[in-house]
Design a protein around this ligand. Structure first.
Ligand code: SF4
Length: 114
């Protein structure tokens, strides 16, 4: 067996392991993404949402709620420091609502500029 044939076999084995790892990692990522995609969207009338004055659209935040006095229409979940990750283009994972998602256009009284 020549050096070249050993190198070729070694290269094939290494490449095979790298390829298999990539497939396994890809499957795990797809599975995790699938689970994240299933996270429910918080509704405005949800008890936790009501307790923090969450509104799914910052344009609908009323002025007459004591919890919304700091609100302005440029503040929304997509530019909040509590945003953890996007789920698609229109939802966000936020630490205020574990296991659920909020609208990118939402707002709540915990908002802090990110
Ligand atoms: S903490 Fe920030 S990201 Fe979370 S719901 Fe409130 S405004 Fe949106």
């Amino acid at each position: 067996m020549s050096f070249d044939s050993k190198l070729t076999r070694r290269t094939l084995v290494v490449n095979g392991l790298v390829g298999a790892t990539a497939v396994i990692t890809g499957c795990a990522t797809a599975s995790r993404n699938s689970e994240i995609d299933k996270l429910p969207l918080v509704q405005d009338d949800d008890p936790v949402a009501l307790s923090v004055a969450y509104y799914s659209n910052t344009k609908n935040v009323p002025d007459d709620n004591p919890l919304t006095t700091s609100h302005n229409v440029n503040q929304k979940c997509s530019n909040c420091t509590h945003k953890r990750a996007y789920v698609g283009a229109d939802r966000i994972i936020c630490g205020t609502f574990p296991g659920r998602t909020v609208s990118v256009d939402g707002w709540c009284s915990i908002y802090a500029k990110g």
